[in-house]
Design a protein around this ligand. Structure first.
Ligand code: NAP
Ligand code: MG
Length: 404
């Protein structure tokens, strides 16, 4: 059999624990037999990050900027316990945070849906993608637990030292709470562009919602920036693609999302996106079926699974116990990246391979072969629970039957 040839390499970022094991199994069983895989490999496993003082993470992010498409395995974000466990030189930052800061991206999360796993919301027949602005707001706020009566003020001093704003927030007569938060125009603009680009690349409508009626400066600025960028740069491209941009109040959006049939992107401010992505993931089934892609405003793409390194399963695996870890989200990270690479380089076979492999994986589950996490929520009557590698091997069988 002739293997599919690639032109530009894919940036491959390996990771930790159970997902590192799955990573290798996916490559060996589902990719290398069919593709002459061309990747630029970065080992983001904790050992290598420690060896390189985390420079490898920076290099990987730069490579994604250079080549445009990357695929990342889940990685450990070290805490005190991990510093001890891996004898680390220091407590490194989250690799995803580092990569996001370099690519200046927005995170899009989309559930992998199956006929046999019914969403909790009956009307949803297509996936809903949450686009979360991952910068600022309460995640970078300054808070104060007000202990006693007193006056809280907001003051702004411009770069020349002039106080251009000074207002009382509240005159406390008793203890209370206080918070100051911010965002930046350039970050909101990046967020908007990433959302418009992603809507175009996936040919889905884009919704955006804030509370601009109540927050007439803060949230209204988000609304205005989105609208200005849309009118200036995306209106015609959206018309050509047959998709729409739709702004509505967050409360209205929530009601419409629940009544919708899905199949659109919902852009959310940082906190809304945090909360809504968990709601959407749970209502569609499970975290193990959630894909994630980081899209930069200049059109770089980094694909990954939304879940972590599945530590609990890894320790079972190390003790020689059989595991049943779901590889769907990691496989879809690979197919997502390969499809994008194929589209950018004009390699139709690569795009077709990605589609076929995803269908093979979905059909495998539909035929009743799945990992333990799905067996619990699926509606089929004849269910076979497979081990981690057995499931991947079964996908290969399905693929060969379908395509071969
Ligand atoms: P996790 O790895 O997502 O796993 C939490 C639990 O969810 C698992 O114990 C398992 O439940 C279930 N689960 C998640 N993915 C699954 C899969 N593919 N198949 C079957 N079950 C799955 O989260 P965590 O245990 O909180 O974090 C572990 C490590 O991952 C941490 O070091 C953290 O820093 C890192 N992390 C990395 C990323 C990333 O790289 N993007 C994201 C999140 C966390 P049961 O045990 O009940 O089977
Ligand atoms: Mg959350």
């Amino acid at each position: 059999m002739v293997k599919i040839q690639m032109k530009t390499p894919l940036v491959e970022m390996d990771g930790d624990e159970m997902t590192r094991i799955i990573w290798d199994m996916i490559k060996k069983n589902l990719l290398l037999p069919y593709i002459d895989l061309k990747t630029e490999y970065y080992d983001l496993g904790l050992v290598k990050r420690d060896e390189t003082d985390d420079q490898i993470t920076v290099d990987a992010a730069e490579a994604v900027k250079k080549y445009g498409v990357g695929v990342k395995c889940a990685t450990i974000t070290p805490n005190a316990q991990r510093v001890e466990e891996y004898k680390l030189k220091r407590m490194y930052k989250s690799p995803n945070g580092t990569i996001r800061a370099i690519l200046d991206g927005t995170v899009f999360r989309t559930p992998i849906t199956l006929d046999c796993v019914k969403p909790t919301v009956r009307t949803w027949v297509k996936p809903i993608t949450i686009a979360r602005h991952a910068y600022g707001d309460i995640y970078k706020c300054t808070e104060y637990r007000v202990p006693t009566a007193g006056k809280a003020e907001i003051k702004f001093t411009d770069k020349n030292g002039n106080v251009t704003f000074n207002e009382t927030v509240f005159d406390f007569k008793c203890p209370g709470v206080l918070m100051g938060m911010y965002n930046k125009d350039d970050s909101i603009e990046s967020f908007a562009r990433a959302c418009f680009e992603y809507a175009l690349s996936t040919k889905q409508d884009l919704w955006f919602s804030t509370k601009d009626t109540i927050s007439k400066k803060y949230d209204h600025t988000f609304k205005d920036i989105f609208q200005d960028i849309f009118d200036a740069d995306y209106k015609e491209r959206f018309e050509e693609a047959g998709i729409t941009y739709f702004y509505t109040l967050i409360d209205d959006a929530v009601a419409r999302v629940i009544r919708s049939e899905g199949g659109f992107i919902w852009a959310c401010k940082n906190y809304d996106g945090d909360v809504m992505s968990d709601m959407v993931a749970t209502a569609f089934g499970s975290l193990a079926m959630m894909t994630s892609v980081l899209v930069s405003p200049t059109g770089n793409y980094e694909y990954e699974a939304a879940h972590g390194t599945v530590t609990r399963h890894y320790y079972k695996h190390l003790e020689g116990e059989k595991t049943s870890t779901n590889s769907m989200a990691t496989l879809f990270a690979w197919t997502g990246a390969l499809r994008k690479r194929g589209q950018l380089d004009g390699i139709d076979e690569l795009v077709k391979f990605a589609d076929d492999m995803e269908n093979a994986a979905l059909n495998t589950i539909q035929q009743g072969y799945m990992t333990k996490d799905l067996a619990g929520i699926c509606e089929l009557s004849d269910v076979h629970v497979l081990g981690t590698e057995e499931f991947i091997v079964k996908i290969r069988e399905t693929y060969d039957t379908m395509v071969g």
